[in-house]
Design a protein around this ligand. Structure first.
Ligand SMILES: [Zn+2]
Length: 537
């Protein structure tokens, strides 16, 4: 550009600026300037994090969790709005903006396991998103600008894979022998930066170390010695890592430091891949899943869970500070949620609340029905029960001269009599339920793909467990499993607490709005525009 032309343009711009200033003041001018589009979305999922943990530990959250909670747009009534509140379906919602009924990811067991996609470097079970249907935020970004890339890291395969849907991006998880790896769905070899990270063998260096309390002991109101925890043994601080390096690496993922390692790898990968430098928008997805491991072993009310959360807060603080040193913080947005919550051990809660603990066993009832069908010449497994879903082999039962619907009706009646069974619904009736008021019906409607065989659905009563479960767990449509944090943080968002109901499915469309991309298919969630800073008055 010739010098004269440049100075004329500068003069015009200056005049415009001056006149706007004179007319309306600096505030108006600032509001008129288009905000720079974020160049990095950091999407954090905490595996098994109930929304109430933020309030419960609030005064001790001085790191990353606290920073997002105090500085972010925090939806205090956030929900995973589907019935089977497990890791795989929950992660399939995070960046797709769609319920599991549409992502096709219904349970953990029918999540990412894929024998046709073995792990690079061997070991463990293969994994891929082949069951995932549709698109996610990274696909929408790449439809607009193919330079956009994503890195997804987790302790778990499903936690790393599902936030990105089917996108063949950089997706790595912990392979329980001390390495992070991927599967052949994504690549045939590991990138150099990951090989170098694995070669440091950080998990093995924990051999012989201890997991002790992060804060002074008086900071933990929870009792330490609770014999129900950790399958009835080894439930008191401090916890020892195995002395042997191989065992320390194998069991490393059961200790809070796993989340520190996850964060370190995410930063390493971001740096090596050059993500977040712009001009395009990239994604860094991190699923911190040690809270789930500790929550299952010791329960949500344990001292161990408390220590895990304050440690995660600390690790996330280091992660955010380190990220802000290498990338422009004004171009980064954070989102934080969870794949599901968790229920207390029934016996511990019952003792606290002076009520009775419920553990339900539906299998004798299902077996009795199958035996009756078998006695009439039908198949001995005509009726199946899987994670609350009941299916019947209609052809086989009809051939045996029986009426499938009558059998299911009788089974539903028998199941409703069992302690711990909250309700049994016909799937065909769910669509007629008042889904605005009936959260359980609505969550089942959101759960089931229309092509999934499902005749009845059974929901556990609040706080009931299945009899076979010997750890603390989650997975029901009840609020303690469904209520999760929904938080946005960064320049495009208005800091504050929002108490209207919000869904995890709202997060992808909200992020799409702030990075100016359009979802390429219909979504179940909607952009939470009330949390987005207005660009003009
Ligand atoms: Zn879990």
């Amino acid at each position: 550009m010739p010098h004269a032309a440049r100075s004329v343009r500068t003069a015009v711009r200056l005049a415009l600026v001056t006149s706007l200033f004179a007319l309306t003041g600096a505030g108006y001018l600032a509001a008129q300037l288009p905000a720079a589009t974020p160049t990095l979305i950091v999407f954090i999922t905490v595996d098994q994090m109930r929304a109430d943990y933020f309030e419960r530990f609030s005064s001790q959250l001085t790191g990353g969790l606290g920073r997002l909670y105090r500085g972010g747009a925090v939806f205090t009534n956030g929900f995973q709005d589907h019935a089977i509140t497990e890791t795989a379906p929950g992660h399939s919602v995070t960046m797709s903006g769609r319920f599991p009924g549409h992502t096709g990811i219904v349970t953990n067991l029918t999540g990412v396991g894929d024998a046709n996609a073995p792990l690079v470097g061997g070991g463990g079970v293969g994994a891929s998103p082949y069951r995932f249907r549709g698109t996610t935020l990274i696909d929408w970004l790449r439809a607009k600008d193919p330079r956009s890339r994503a890195l997804s890291i987790s302790r778990k395969d499903r936690g790393a894979i599902l936030p990105l849907g089917r996108a063949k991006q950089s997706v790595f998880w912990y392979a329980s022998d001390g390495r992070f790896t991927t599967s052949t769905y994504y690549a045939d070899s590991l990138p150099t930066w990951l090989q170098q990270f694995n070669a440091r063998k950080i998990p093995a260096t924990y051999a012989g170390k201890l997991w002790t309390l992060l804060l002074p002991e008086r900071s933990y109101p929870e009792p330490d010695s609770v014999p129900m925890e950790n399958f009835g043994s080894n439930f008191v601080f401090p916890y020892h890592y195995p002395d042997n390096a191989v065992d320390a690496a194998r069991l490393f993922s059961e200790y809070p430091a796993m989340d520190s390692l996850t964060g370190q790898l995410a930063l390493d990968g971001l740096g090596a891949m050059g993500l977040g430098r712009g001009p395009q928008t990239d994604i860094l997805a991190v699923s911190f899943s040690t809270t789930d491991a500790v929550g299952h072993r010791y329960g949500p009310d344990s001292r161990e869970l408390h220590d895990q959360v304050v440690r995660l807060d600390k690790y996330m603080g280091i992660f955010i500070d380190s990220l802000y040193k290498i990338r422009d913080s004004t171009r980064i947005v954070f989102a934080l949620t969870a794949d599901h919550g968790v229920a207390p051990y029934p016996e511990l809660r019952a003792a606290r609340e002076h009520t009775t603990a419920a553990r339900t066993d539906v299998f004798p009832t299902v077996t009795a029905v199958n035996q009756r069908i078998h006695a009439r010449g039908g198949d001995s497994i005509s009726v199946r029960f899987f994670e609350g879903i009941v299916t019947i082999n209609r052809d086989a039962v009809t051939k045996a001269g029986l009426k499938p619907d009558s059998i299911l009706d009788a089974l539903a009646k028998d199941m409703r009599k069992l302690p711990g069974v909250g309700r049994v619904d016909w799937v065909k009736d769910l669509a007629r339920a008042d889904t605005s008021r009936d959260a359980v019906a609505r969550r089942w409607v959101h759960m089931l793909p229309t092509d999934l065989p499902a005749d009845l659905v059974m929901s556990l009563a609040p706080y009931a467990y299945y009899a076979s479960v010997d750890m603390a767990t989650h997975g029901t449509p009840n609020d303690y499993d469904a209520h999760v944090p929904v938080i946005f943080y960064g320049p495009p968002f208005v800091t504050g607490k929002y108490n209207q109901r919000a869904l995890v499915a709202d997060m992808a469309p909200t992020l799409a709005t702030v990075v100016n991309v359009t979802p390429t298919e219909p979504l179940d969630g909607k952009a939470r525009v009330e949390a987005i800073r207005k660009q003009s008055p």
